[in-house]
Design a protein. Structure first.
Length: 397
């Protein structure tokens, strides 16, 4: 008997496992609406033109592969800070750490909370991105939940959300809020609702942890920051975890930022030193390439303009796919009305399909959705829209 022989097989990741199954599916017409990556009209996840151009420049100018500092590239951190907060928060109140993706940012933030702000619990919305649970638990934070989606699975249950935030957490607990483009539902609070959420979080003295993985995929870079900026108008302290995976298409380069905002420059310095301690013990320092790309683009007016255009192209294409799907479903003559998808933001929506219908879509039509019925709208395709709508209609009948 070896020491490792008793190890059991972990369950496969529900979403990434589906992509494996999709790749192995030999049907000619198939569609992967499960994993959260943007695809263009040809079905590929493109490298943005601004990224290609920045990479060309980096190839010529990069002079070292030496380690970055623990908190990453200064120009990158400054650019990320400006995108998130604009000039609302003085730079010396923000401790920004470059991390391996938004996931890395969340893990660093969670460990910071567990070690520096404990004992505390973290409250997650129901539903939420499945990895939130795993990340928080891995960092040793007890996980609790608050209400989010209404039972119609289409809208926000705002009263229940407010009631839960008022009654469930205690002062000092943390609350995770999706800053925009809620994953998996696409249902976001309105600006007025953000004001009310911010008052409760502030009055209850909760620590807001804002997950900002989709800036620019909802309505625009500044428009999508309204949640973060509203919270920080009502209170001095928050942690924001952002990602360039989606809005720069830098998924595999692993580029994100954990930003801690405190009430003073002095506190921010102390917090930064603790964030760096967490990083040092986890992965020592971040990878250079993705951060260097973002810093190169955002330091150049022309490349920044190109990025804005490419981001707008992705955003408007997703909105147009939503519309085409809603119209396409209406044209099939099914009873269900899908127009609620038009109000939802970002890549994802809950389709309202049952686990059985999701299974049937996969086995009979080669359309891959996660079991909850979440659809990645950005995985749809203009040229196959009619086919998709007919497949969905077939399982609804
Ligand atoms: N938060 C949410 C809500 C997400 O959907 C994702 C990506 N699926 C992340 C964080 C992490 O993003 P990254 O790929 O940058 O680690």
């Amino acid at each position: 008997m070896h020491r490792f022989d008793s190890i059991s097989v972990a369950p496969p990741d529900a979403i990434l496992g589906l992509t494996e199954a999709f790749k192995a599916d030999e049907r000619e017409t198939k569609m992967n609406l499960s994993v959260g990556v943007y695809q263009d009209a040809s079905g590929t996840t493109p490298v943005l033109r601004c990224v290609k151009e920045a990479e060309k420049r980096l190839l010529d100018t990069e002079s070292t592969k030496g380690y970055l500092s623990i908190d990453g590239l200064p120009d990158y951190r400054e650019a990320a800070r400006r995108l998130i907060f604009s000039d609302q928060i003085a730079a010396e109140r923000v401790a920004a750490v470059q991390t391996p993706g938004g996931t890395g940012a969340l893990r660093v933030a969670a460990e910071f909370l567990a070690t520096q702000c404990g004992p505390l619990r973290i409250f997650l919305p129901t539903p939420t991105w499945a990895n939130h649970n795993a990340i928080m638990a891995a960092a040793g934070l007890p996980v609790e939940t608050y209400s989010y989606l209404a039972s119609d699975k289409k809208t926000l249950d705002f009263d229940a959300l407010i009631e839960d935030l008022k009654t469930k957490p205690k002062a000092g607990d943390a609350v995770l809020l999706h800053a925009c483009c809620h994953n998996p539902t696409g249902v976001d609070p309105t600006p007025e609702q953000w004001e009310q959420i911010a008052s409760v979080v502030s009055e209850k003295k909760l620590i807001p942890l804002l997950d900002f993985a989709y800036q620019g995929f909802g309505e625009g870079l500044d428009e999508d920051a309204i949640g973060v900026r509203t919270i920080l108008r009502q209170m001095d302290e928050a942690i924001v975890c952002s990602s360039f995976s989606k809005n720069f298409g830098l998924y595999s380069e692993r580029v994100g930022t954990a930003c801690l905002v405190s009430g003073s420059a002095e506190t921010t310095k102390a917090a930064l030193s603790q964030l760096k301690r967490v990083v040092r013990a986890n992965y020592s320092n971040p990878p250079r390439h993705g951060g260097a790309i973002v810093a190169t683009v955002l330091a150049d007016e022309g490349l920044t303009q190109m990025w804005h255009e490419e981001l707008a192209e992705m955003r408007t294409r997703i909105a147009s796919l939503r519309k085409q799907f809603v119209d396409g479903m209406a044209a099939t003559g099914v009873d269900q009305d899908f127009s609620f998808l038009l109000d939802q933001k970002g890549m994802f929506s809950f389709s309202g399909l049952s686990p059985m219908q999701v299974d049937q879509l996969r086995s009979e039509h080669g359309v891959y959705l996660v079991g909850s019925g979440r659809i990645n709208v950005a995985g749809m395709n203009e040229s196959k829209m009619e086919w998709l709508c007919n497949a969905v209609a077939a399982v609804l009948r």
